[in-house]
Design a protein around this ligand. Structure first.
Ligand code: NAD
Length: 505
């Protein structure tokens, strides 16, 4: 084994699997209890790695080493040097692009064409963009007149939060992890990250990069394990100053409860049940193409994915037929094959959940336009967690499959007759993350966007991201915003310094 790395290969029974270790204080190590858990490739159901399980003591050690790093060279580093290090991390990710690509695809089963276009480049870009943004964050200054006629100068100054706990999900593991790590480090914090136990690979590889570019020990720590055990120990640690979490709304509620006694600063990016509204005056082909992407991309496992489609009645039948065709053109299979366009779900457990919704939709009275089952695939993919892309129509808006987040390649299509009806149905949800509106009428686009109860609305597009813009959800879809200056505001404490000027001028 190369002791500078967290991943090494060893033989377990007949197959070769990797080992992903914890990364604490700049070193890769086993958990104190020497326990591990398997990392499963969801495309084949095979174990691809053994992952070291963190004990409570390991979590504490990670937090203490992070705290210590803030008192050492990292805490004293000039901001320009710190941001140069972030840019080097971005460069090094690009140099080791193939390693990250392999780890991410093996963990998630996502098609190579997707991971090489979105996940890995965005991971690298996050470090570069937040390095630039942190350098240019303006500070406000207020001049105050006092009662005795003198003046005072108020200016804001930012300091790091301290040790930040980062808890990330499995759907876009590297992209979402770096979306938090990069601004946290740009602001001068130290982090302890707990990636999803389903996807430990790229977070561990990133630790190698931290050492390669010279990030001081303790600034970036990785602990592995389940959320209900390792995650809960981390979020309740008294030395954690802030928790940034992306995952299910129910998990967010639990984290909030557990974090309450220590009054942690929280940022939550949670679930969604996102609507798309398609008007008859839209560019039909683009609306179909865009909706197919928004429903089926990453096998529907993006928080922004559309699960409720509302179509103006005039084009309802034609739209169903066209979206059905797009769904049936998707090719499930080997994620490393460039022709594959549909990966598996993340796990057998997630497949059971999605299939239970497929069954429920039929019980609730839907008409299945396409899909509803498991695709027939050759070995070794016959043991992967694949499901068919699925479209339903005919349900009442009260149906559970229209109300609950499924997180699979599936949507229900409903007709509407007026703008008011479309908006009312779109807003009739406990979630409020994202919406897509398809129309060529500019006034209508503005009006509908102003009425939607969502943190993000795309008009004639979907998932068109500018990383400077606020990202987050209303209602049960989140608390706070990330992106651009909003991330930097979360990862720092703002102080006001008021200087009374004795000199009159
Ligand atoms: P999840 O909530 O099950 O897990 C997310 C992370 O939280 C994992 O690392 C998990 O181990 C950890 N965790 C679980 N229980 C915990 C606990 N009690 N204490 C501390 N940590 C705990 O979510 P998931 O299944 O990994 O991801 C899918 C969900 O994430 C979907 O609901 C999706 O909509 C949401 N999501 C939201 C966004 C967004 O930006 N709004 C982005 C991606 C995914």
């Amino acid at each position: 084994m190369n002791h500078k790395t967290g991943a090494f290969i060893f033989s377990l029974n007949v197959s070769c699997v990797k080992k992903y270790q914890l990364f604490i204080d700049g070193h890769f190590k086993e958990g104190k209890n020497k326990e591990s858990f398997p990392d499963i490739d969801p495309a084949t159901g095979k174990t691809i790695a053994e992952v070291s399980l963190a004990s409570d003591k390991d979590v504490d050690q990670a937090v203490q080493s992070a705290k210590q790093s803030l008192k050492g060279p990292w805490g004293k580093m000039q901001i320009q040097n710190r941001l140069d290090l972030l840019r080097k991390i971005g460069d090094r990710i690009q140099e080791r692009f193939q390693d990250f690509l392999n780890a991410e695809i093996s963990d998630t089963g996502k098609p190579i064409t997707l991971a090489q276009k979105i996940d890995i480049p965005r991971g690298a870009a996050n470090f570069k963009i937040f390095a630039d943004l942190a350098r240019n964050l303006p500070a406000e200054i207020y001049e105050t007149q006092t009662e005795d006629g003198s003046r005072a100068l108020n200016y804001e100054s930012r300091v790091p939060l301290g040790v930040v706990a980062i808890i990330s999900p499995w759907n876009l593991p590297f992209l979402l992890l770096t979306w938090k790590v990069a601004p946290a480090l740009a602001c001068g914090n130290a982090v302890v990250v707990k990636p999803s136990s389903e996807t430990p690979g790229t977070a561990t590889l990133l630790a190698e990069i931290m050492n390669e570019v010279g990030v001081p020990p303790g600034v970036y720590n990785v602990i592995h394990g389940q959320g209900s055990t390792v995650g809960e120990v981390l979020i309740q640690h008294p030395e954690i100053s802030g928790i940034t979490f992306t995952g299910e709304s129910g998990t967010g509620a639990k984290i909030m409860e557990k974090a309450a006694p220590n009054l942690k600063k929280l940022s939550f990016e949670l679930g969604g049940k996102n609507p798309a509204i398609i008007f008859a005056d839209s560019d039909f082909e683009k609306a179909v193409e865009g909706t197919a992407r928004s429903v089926f991309m990453n096998t529907g496992q993006v928080c922004l994915c559309t699960e409720r489609v509302y179509v103006e009645r005039k084009i309802f039948e034609k739209f169903i037929e066209s979206l059905k065709q797009k769904a049936e053109e998707l090719k499930p299979g080997d994620p490393f094959n460039v022709k594959t366009t549909l990966g598996p779900l993340i796990s057998e457990k997630q497949r059971e959940k999605v299939l239970s919704y497929y069954k429920m939709a039929v019980e609730e009275g839907s008409e299945v336009i396409t899909g509803g089952g498991i695709p027939d695939l050759p070995p070794p993919f016959h043991q992967g967690a694949f499901v068919e892309p699925t479209i339903w129509i005919g349900l009442k808006e009260t149906a559970r499959v229209i109300k609950e987040e499924i997180f699979g390649p599936v949507c229900h299509i409903q007709p509407f007759d007026s703008e008011e009806e479309a908006v009312a149905m779109a807003n009739n949800s406990s979630y409020g993350l994202a919406a897509a509106v398809w129309t060529n009428d500019l006034n209508k686009a503005h009006y509908i966007s102003s009425q939607l109860e969502t943190g993000i609305t795309w008009v004639n597009s979907w998932y068109l991201r500018d990383l400077r813009t606020p990202f987050g959800g209303m209602k049960k879809s989140g608390i706070g915003r990330e992106g651009g200056k909003y991330s930097l505001q979360f990862y720092s404490e703002i102080r006001n310094i008021c200087i009374k000027l004795s000199m009159e001028y």
